[in-house]
Design a protein around this ligand. Structure first.
Ligand code: NAD
Length: 260
């Protein structure tokens, strides 16, 4: 146990993938869970898992890129639980890995809206409650693509911006009882990635050739890192970005020396 009993945790995009794994892991540690998601069916699936574990759960239909939607969901959460202890800014979308010359311009707004504005809007609204109570933890899900260049011309710079926002908020709220950290996941074997392998859109061997540990990370590995950062035992950890990437961000120029 890491001291999350009776804590109230909002997980954005908690309906599936990494967000679902984080919601379940926080519930396992005793937290009550609120899911903000646009996909109600998925969110309800996560909710069932959490109810089965004996924790309380609230599902809110919320688009993180829209402030009125986040305001409404936050009000619902406060009505039900009275306060919010943990915010996991996980909801995110991506785009095809192609050159800037070939990527439809619409992705610039779409991905920025969810992946950066979403983090900003939720941190602003829920951070206000946390600062008011002088207590809270925020974990932002960035990406290892923020740390090393890959051909994701909108997603990667946006995820870098999430890291800087994390550091700015950590500094701003350092004396206000609110810690803010980020996780930079590497290649996670989610149903989405598995589906891409099944359809031949991505090749697992090609990916693993760039992953020093030669293994895919599971959503539960990211969840474990999130639980760690939320733990009250880690009360002096703020402003950090924790890569959980099987060494991907350490790869650098290693191969130029002919070594595997
Ligand atoms: P996913 O597509 O499996 O799940 C995303 C969830 O977010 C879904 O439930 C979806 O309905 C919800 N969502 C999407 N847009 C939303 C919006 N506007 N408002 C509220 N909810 C919304 O994604 P995932 O692979 O689990 O990724 C989760 C996070 O981890 C994302 O921020 C992603 O960028 C990041 N990440 C993923 C990987 C990976 O390999 N999967 C690697 C690095 C970082």
């Amino acid at each position: 146990m890491v001291g999350l009993k009776e804590k109230v945790a909002v997980v954005t995009g908690g309906g599936m993938g990494i967000g679902q794994a984080i919601a379940v892991a926080l519930a396992q540690e005793g937290a009550n869970i609120v899911i903000f998601d646009i996909d109600m069916e998925a969110a309800k699936e996560t909710a069932c898992k959490i109810e089965d574990m004996g924790q309380e759960v609230l599902v809110c239909e919320a688009d993180v890129s829209k402030a009125p939607s986040v305001d409404k969901a936050t009000d619902q959460t406060l009505e039900r639980f009275g306060h919010i202890d943990i915010l996991i800014n996980n909801a995110g979308i991506t785009h095809p890995a192609v050159s800037i010359l070939d990527l439809d311009l619409e992705f610039l707004d779409k991905v920025t809206d969810v992946d950066l504005k979403g983090v900003y809007i939720c941190s602003r609204r829920i951070g206000k409650e946390m600062v008011g109570r002088q207590s809270g933890v925020i974990v932002n899900i960035s990406s290892v693509t923020a740390l090393t260049p890959v051909p994701l011309v909108v997603y990667a710079p946006v995820k870098s911006a999430v890291i800087m926002l994390t550091r700015i908020l950590a500094r701003d709220w350092a004396q206000k009882g609110v810690r803010v950290n980020a996780i930079a996941p590497g290649y996670i074997l989610t149903p989405l990635l598995q589906g891409m392998f099944d359809k031949g859109l991505r090749n697992p061997d090609t990916i693993l050739s760039h992953v020093p540990m030669k293994k895919f990370i599971m959503p539960s590995d990211i969840a474990d890192a999130a639980v760690f950062l939320c733990s009250e035992k880690e009360r002096f950890i703020t402003g950090v970005t924790l890569p959980v990437d099987a060494g991907f961000s350490c790869e650098g120029g290693w191969k130029a020396y002919g070594d595997e």
